[in-house]
Design a binder for this molecule. Structure first.
Ligand code: ZN
Length: 470
């Protein structure tokens, strides 16, 4: 029997079977035993976390590092240090908002930028764009964890989005190799109709003052991203998923109207999973101040009633994961334009705050730490095929977050590590203070100390995956 080189123990360890006292025996960065709390061999270094929660490091499968490819190491440092500070030990970079990682040469450039500059482990998605279906096989051979795309409307002008025809070209190939398609979806038709309806309903005064006043009203912005734009995209995706049998993971679901078709699809066991984001579970549109463009994202933060339905879907298992959709502006794109929703950057950078933000709402609703771990650790790891992540169990990486679920803090802009944009959480009171974070048995974050270590690895998906989807 091997002796551990580190033991982490607590009265509240989050295991698959529930929260219980345990001593985690760690050797070579892996968990080699989940044993009784008192089981501590003489001479072993021990991190005794007492009553703090010891949970698997969170796995964020929806991060836009937004690297401008070569030479952009700094953005990997900022993003992954923000992740480590927030208890996230693995991120999947789904590609730049300006254009997904659509070729092996782009993937290689991004990997070169990231190598040696990551505080947490980083995996990558390949991208689907019009005309790149021949890249699917080579990208899969490079070990990407999934293929990401934007179906319908691009998040920023000039970025590549795919049509139904493009998906019909790509999805059979993805299905053949067992790859997962991760999709952002909003269709242009409902958005165009909403915009033209809004303009035609304006009187002379509204039109004359639109650029000064109308673009600052959140309700006006929300009107231009109706639920139907998302829901119609989801319905089309479900049809394609049924037709081709391609594993499909819907990203950043905001529209509760899409839950009914999703329910029907999962009832007939289509290979479908769904993600929502912390900001959709935390904020409500009724409370977004006019001009507060830090709240801008697409799809948008919707009404309180919509938020409650998303919580119901999460609790009921219809939505399986919560991921940040961390998306600061890429270099060369200006950040927040003060007070103007029509021109401001759309994207909420929250990889550092996701865990406490979601826990704040989870605990207020009477859900448990174990459910939190299912939504932010186990579920995303399984869907991405990260077989050694997201779980405290023998054979898994010793990626751990040790945190106090009862402590509260107010979000202070000066503590945010990714400095590329503002965030709507500034000033919010959140529950859950992170004390220490381990990556493969090494401390990568301690509360109050600046992080100097960049011990993260670039992950490659094994060619044969045993990950199941449920
Ligand atoms: Zn995204």
């Amino acid at each position: 029997m091997y002796l551990p080189d580190l033991i982490v123990r607590s009265r509240r360890v989050v295991t698959r079977d529930g929260v219980r006292p345990a001593a985690l025996h760690i050797r070579g960065g892996r968990i080699i035993g989940v044993l009784d709390f008192e089981n501590v061999p003489d001479g072993c270094p021990v991190d005794d976390a007492g009553d703090l929660v010891v949970m698997p490091g969170a796995v964020d499968t929806h991060v836009h590092v937004n690297a401008a490819t070569a030479g952009d190491a700094d953005v990997f440092e900022q993003t992954t240090r923000a992740a480590a500070t927030g208890g996230v030990t693995t991120i999947i970079d789904v590609g730049s908002v300006g254009g997904p990682t659509a070729s092996v040469s782009t993937l290689e450039q991004i990997r070169r930028a990231a190598e040696g500059h990551c505080a947490v482990d980083v995996g990558f998605c390949g991208g689907i764009v019009p005309g790149n279906s021949r890249e699917i096989g080579p990208l899969a051979a490079q070990g990407v964890f999934a293929f990401a795309c934007t179906f319908g409307v691009a998040a920023i002008e000039g970025a590549a989005a795919v049509t139904e025809a493009d998906l019909r070209t790509a999805m059979p190939g993805l299905a053949r190799i067992g790859a997962t398609l991760m999709v952002h979806g909003e269709l242009p038709g409902p958005i165009e109709r909403a915009v033209s309806g809004q303009r035609s309903s304006m009187g002379f005064f509204d039109r004359a003052t639109w650029s000064f006043r109308g673009s600052r009203e959140y309700v006006r912005f929300l009107e231009t991203h109706p639920k139907s734009a998302e829901t119609e995209a989801v319905v089309q995706l479900l049809e394609l998923c049924r037709e081709y049998g391609t594993r499909t993971h819907i990203l950043n679901l905001s529209s509760s109207d899409a839950l009914t078709p999703i329910f029907r699809a999962r009832t007939v066991r289509m290979p479908l999973t769904v993600e929502t984001c912390p900001h959709f579970l935390f904020f409500v549109s009724e409370e977004v101040p006019d001009g507060a463009t830090a709240f801008k994202c697409v799809p948008p933060i919707r009404e309180r009633a919509n938020r409650e339905l998303l919580w119901g879907a999460l609790a009921g298992g219809l939505i399986q994961t919560v991921a940040s959709d961390h998306s600061p502006p890429p270099a060369g794109v200006h950040g927040r334009t003060p007070r103007d929703f029509s021109r401001a950057w759309g994207g909420i950078a929250s990889v550092q705050l996701s865990l406490p933000a979601v826990w704040t709402m989870v605990s207020a609703r009477g859900h448990t730490v174990n459910e939190l771990a299912a939504w932010m650790c186990r579920g995303p790891a399984r869907i991405a095929g990260l077989e050694k992540k997201g779980e405290i169990d023998v054979g898994h990486d010793a990626d751990l977050v040790i945190w106090d679920p009862d402590a509260e803090f107010a979000v202070d802009a000066s503590t945010l590590v990714d400095r590329r944009t503002s965030t709507p959480y500034i000033g919010c009171s959140l529950r859950g203070i992170i004390a220490r974070v381990y990556l493969r048995g090494n401390v990568i974050y301690e509360q109050g100390r600046p992080i100097e270590r960049t011990m993260g690895r670039l992950l490659v998906k094994p060619r044969v995956s045993t990950a199941r989807i449920s």
